[in-house]
Design a binder for this molecule. Structure first.
Ligand SMILES: [Zn+2]
Ligand SMILES: [Zn+2]
Length: 434
């Protein structure tokens, strides 16, 4: 009896957490407490959208609220990026986890008819353009601020550090900028001091309100821009043999790329789209020009397979050009890396998201999607998981709902409180990991 009792105590000591887990019910109560505030924030941000790297008012708004919550705040990390650092004061492991929201709006003329619809303008490619939060980043900022408020109100109940990353310019590098917001924030130390171990982020998309979905490994496509320049020798259209015909060569190149993609890649495991979308050559019906310029987009879900396909496509284009006596310049520029959800962390996260969303609301094995997200760059530095939150209005078929980037895109505000819970619980449970 005595030794069994000692063993039981020893086992309890071994398995007991260093401190009590914060119950999900407490997080839910706190989230309910900030819900009205989060909706007010979202409406304010929605009415005042700013383009990528021009989010100055948005950044000041975010930084002001984080300071009110008592956080250490760093501004100007990646031009208009903001970092908030919240340190738990309980005894226990000293993990560091980050939560990320993006802040930029789009050059879109809003047509939602909402009372707080945007009438803002901005400058894009030297033009004055209408600006709207047509991708839901207003909701992302509001939800992460809500989670910051919930977590700062319970900092004596967890140990470790939570880094809040408010990122500018998610929608790609603005014209003339070498990179977008995620890469620039990383270059400027967003994941250092304190050194972040893991990162979580979310996006509102068409889907049944209250559902959460993602998949391990490749979730959102890597996006590459491909440019091909073929050089031949100009000749009369009646005498093609006296020059090098880049028109015939260009059509062979398009066929070769289509066939290469269709016939050498397993579409069941690594969906791949390789589209040549522009072909520009020639000015007159009876002159074969000396140059053809093509461009396209490549969407992939596996880094090694993407690298291999790029290598083989370049070799194939070179061979096709050489066959006809032409030369080819083949270049690839990455627009966004693959959103690659760490496998172990993806499995770990599913029950945590279920605590936040409820049984049957979380799908951790959704199909991949060919749109891209620059959250991917955080995931190339540290393990992370990116998930989607269904945000379609009640009674509307998500398949019929206005998609992100549409002038009619809107977010069901009922899901904001869920995003507060998923953010808060993913951070808390990560810090509580032994
Ligand atoms: Zn977008
Ligand atoms: Zn977006």
């Amino acid at each position: 009896m005595k030794s069994a009792a000692v063993l039981a105590v020893a086992l309890t000591l071994l398995s007991a957490p260093a401190f009590a887990q914060v119950p999900a019910a407490d997080v839910a109560t706190a989230a309910d407490g900030v819900e009205a505030q989060v909706i007010t924030w979202r409406r304010h941000l929605h009415a005042h959208p700013e383009l990528g790297f021009a989010e100055t008012q948005t950044a000041a708004f975010v930084a002001g609220h984080l300071r009110e919550m008592g956080m250490e705040v760093r501004e100007g990390v990646g031009k208009t990026g903001v970092i908030g650092v919240l340190r738990g004061t309980a005894e226990g492991p000293q993990r560091v986890v980050a939560l990320r929201a993006d802040m930029d709006a789009l050059p879109v003329l809003e047509a939602t008819g909402l009372p707080f619809a945007s009438t803002a303008t901005g400058t894009y490619q030297g033009q004055t353009v209408p600006v709207a939060h047509a991708c839901g980043h207003d909701a992302h900022i509001a939800m992460l601020l809500g989670a910051a408020k919930v977590l700062s109100g319970m900092k004596d109940r967890f140990s470790g550090t939570i880094v809040f990353v408010f990122q500018p310019a998610e929608e790609g590098a603005p014209p003339g900028e070498p990179m977008g917001g995620a890469r620039l924030m990383i270059e400027e130390g967003a994941l250092e001091n304190p050194k972040v171990e893991a990162i979580f982020g979310l996006h509102v998309v068409p889907g049944v309100a209250g559902t959460v979905f993602y998949r391990p490994q490749g979730f959102m496509a890597a996006s590459d821009r491909v440019d091909i320049v073929l050089k031949g020798r100009q000749t009369h259209g009646a005498w093609p043999w006296r020059g090098v015909d880049v028109i015939a060569t260009a059509s062979q190149v398009v066929q070769t790329i289509n066939t290469l993609t269709a016939r050498t890649i397993d579409p069941t495991t690594t969906p791949t789209v390789f589209t040549i979308a522009t072909v520009n050559a020639g000015v007159r019906y009876n002159i074969i020009p000396d140059e053809a310029v093509m461009s396209g987009t490549l969407r992939t879900f596996d880094v090694a397979q993407r690298d291999d396909l790029v290598r083989r496509a370049e070799a194939a284009v070179d061979h096709v050009a050489a066959t006809y006596g032409a030369t080819a310049e083949f270049s690839v520029r990455q627009n966004a890396a693959l959103v690659f959800n760490n496998e172990e962390l993806s499995a770990w996260l599913a029950p945590v998201l279920t605590e936040a969303a409820g049984e049957g609301k979380v799908n951790p094995a959704t199909p991949p999607t060919t749109v891209a997200e620059d959250f991917s760059y955080f995931q190339t530095e540290i393990p992370g998981v990116f998930y989607h939150l269904g945000g379609t209005a009640d009674g509307v078929d998500p398949a019929e709902a206005a998609p992100n980037h549409s002038p009619q895109f809107d977010v069901n505000e009922d899901v904001l409180v869920l995003g507060v819970r998923t953010h808060a619980l993913s951070a808390l449970r990560f810090l509580e990991r032994q």
